[in-house]
Design a protein around this ligand. Structure first.
Ligand SMILES: [Zn+2]
Length: 308
């Protein structure tokens, strides 16, 4: 069966460390993860976008753990990673970067009005209970879990979950496998720097935010491909800036590009929005998905669908 047609599945990537992979990895269909310690407690990495998807994930965790999760970590504020937070037990704290909480409070359920296809269920926003700015270390029984802020990259608040002993890295959306990365709300040079930091960790296993798990020799290949993509976006933006082109015009001109075979090609336009803004105005300018969405829809040639 083609990977994209598979139902969600659990992959044990190290003893007691699980990736929960949701094909096809497109808009709103994210990967999650969980760890189970010797005591039977778990630690959750991200929620999902809808009530059904998150409940299905929590049911999988329940079959492998015997106590309530010690915490739920959000890798960033995007809806596919946080909308299901409220389904975790109320005694389980949600942990994220400080800016993740702020962005969630600002955005609310706005994404349900941008990507309307999924049946989101009865969603309620549950913001993080514990926030940090740089690093935080968790201890699930004997397992050391390092939360490291590597943004701005995909967003301002990207956190990776690094298990130094197991050499497993949950990247959130700093790595996509098979789809174009999305930099609109983050930073082009910041994304390049974040990839350097991921490389420096030298992971054996990468669980990307979307797409299949990556292992061994495929890890540096994935990170190099992502770096090359980011460099390409910057290169197109440099020419577009010199020629006075908009993001959409530049994307149209370079529609036939080396990454056209990666899924969600419309992200190219959003990424050029960020690159051009950053070139003109420097880092940190607020750009949000709804701002660039009409151009992305135009480039896509119609409504950007996702699976219900
Ligand atoms: Zn994201």
């Amino acid at each position: 069966m083609d990977w994209r047609d598979r139902p969600p599945y659990v992959e044990e990537v190290a003893p007691g460390v699980f990736a929960y992979v949701q094909p096809d990895g497109s808009w709103m269909i994210n990967n999650l993860g969980f760890l189970v310690g010797e005591s039977g407690r778990s630690l959750l990495v991200d929620a999902s976008s809808t009530e059904t998807r998150t409940r299905r994930f929590l049911a999988e965790v329940d079959t492998r753990s015997t106590a309530a999760p010690m915490a739920l970590v959000n890798t960033h504020h995007h809806p596919d990673h946080v909308y299901g937070n409220y389904l975790a037990p109320s005694t389980t704290p949600v942990i994220a970067h400080t800016a993740c909480r702020e962005e969630m409070l600002t955005a609310g359920l706005e994404a349900t009005r941008v990507i309307t296809e999924p049946d989101y269920g009865d969603l309620r926003i549950r913001t993080p209970d514990i926030t940090f700015d740089d690093r935080l270390t968790l201890h699930l029984d004997e397992v050391v879990v390092e939360l490291i802020h590597v943004g701005p990259a995909h967003t301002t608040n990207d956190v990776v979950v690094w298990l130094p002993e197991q050499r497993v890295l949950f990247t959130g959306d700093v790595a996509f496998a098979g789809g174009q990365p999305f930099l609109l709300e983050g930073s082009v040079p910041g994304f390049a720097r974040a990839l350097e930091r991921l490389r420096a960790l030298s992971p054996e296993v990468v669980v990307p935010g979307h797409g299949p798990v990556c292992r061994g020799d495929d890890v540096p290949v994935l990170l190099d491909d992502l770096s090359a993509y980011v460099a390409y976006v910057d290169q197109v933006a440099a020419v577009a800036e010199a020629e006075g082109m908009t993001a959409l015009q530049a994307a149209e001109k370079h529609r036939d590009n080396p990454y056209a075979g990666w899924a969600e090609t419309e992200r190219f336009v959003g990424n050029l929005h960020r690159a051009l803004t950053e070139r003109a105005q420097g880092p940190g300018v607020r750009l949000r998905v709804p701002d660039a969405w009409p151009d992305m829809v135009a480039f896509h040639g119609g409504p950007i669908g996702c699976h219900a």
